[in-house]
Design a protein around this ligand. Structure first.
Ligand code: PEP
Length: 253
């Protein structure tokens, strides 16, 4: 059975006190929620608050992920964070390839290949983000773009490594814009992505990969998007910063 996952990307938001407060509120909101089997809830606070987050969520339904990571083991990379540093504070999952990293920090498919490899070598699970720009969709190149992002960064991996990858399809035009993809558009792309994995690896493996949708998921549209057969959950930005909204999205899975 495929895992259902709701993950919150907090981005560069929340001080230490705000992190503690939001986690406290989330624990309260989620206390009475009975998660179905194979359903996971993940939050991704900023680096400096990861240790606090892993401590505060111990023995709860909430898991903690990092938002990024450097590809090198260690060394003279001022300001960077290694995979080993993440695991040393109890983090088990890392988001890689978010469109904001690709756009503002020039992260390329080649760099992301290195990051994915380093994460997996360090036993970190990866939430791998990808998705087309608006002009790609308007010119009907969205399938091609997504295929090349996946081919370039992931298809060198062995089947056993793919088990530690969660996919997050995030059309860039839908991130933070309030303009979500329709549930049918999400389903169409997710089915295409699963098909790519079936051709490259096997149908059996493709059927086990969780493919999350990301891009303006809110309490009022989560249920419809999550109802689609190839949508296994969501990567949530803005709505993950409010305990009530994030919990409502978790309840929709
Ligand atoms: C994101 O940044 O991954 C995201 C999906 O953001 P939002 O939900 O705010 O569109």
């Amino acid at each position: 059975m495929r895992q259902k996952i709701v993950a919150g990307n907090w981005k560069m938001n929340n001080t230490l006190d705000e992190t503690k407060k939001l986690i406290k509120e989330l624990k309260k909101e989620l206390k009475s929620v009975k998660l179905k089997k194979d359903t996971r809830v993940i939050i991704a606070p900023t680096f400096v608050n990861l240790l606090t987050a892993t401590k505060k969520t111990k023995k709860t339904k909430i898991e903690v992920a990092a938002q990024n990571m450097h590809q090198a083991k260690n060394g003279a990379y001022t300001g960077e964070i290694s995979a080993e540093m993440l695991t040393s504070v109890g983090v088990k999952t890392v988001i890689l390839g978010h469109s904001e990293r690709r756009t503002y920090f020039n992260e390329t498919d080649k760099l992301l290949t290195e990051k994915v490899n380093t994460a997996l070598e360090n036993n970190l699970e990866v939430i791998f983000c990808f998705g087309e720009q608006l002009e790609d969709r308007n010119s009907e190149n969205h399938f091609k773009v997504v295929e090349s992002q996946l081919k370039n960064a992931l298809f060198h991996l062995k089947s056993e490594d793919i088990k530690n990858i969660i996919l997050a399809y995030e059309p860039v035009w839908a991130i933070g814009t309030g303009q979500t993809a329709s549930a049918d558009q999400a389903q169409e792309m997710h089915a295409f992505i699963r098909g790519l994995f079936a051709s490259e690896y096997s149908q059996e493996l493709a059927d086990t990969i969780s493919i999350l949708y990301g891009g303006s998921v809110k309490p009022n549209n989560a249920e419809e998007i999550f109802s689609k057969p190839d949508v296994d959950g969501g990567l949530i930005g803005g709505a993950s910063l409010k305990a009530k909204d994030f919990s409502a999205i978790v309840k929709a899975i």
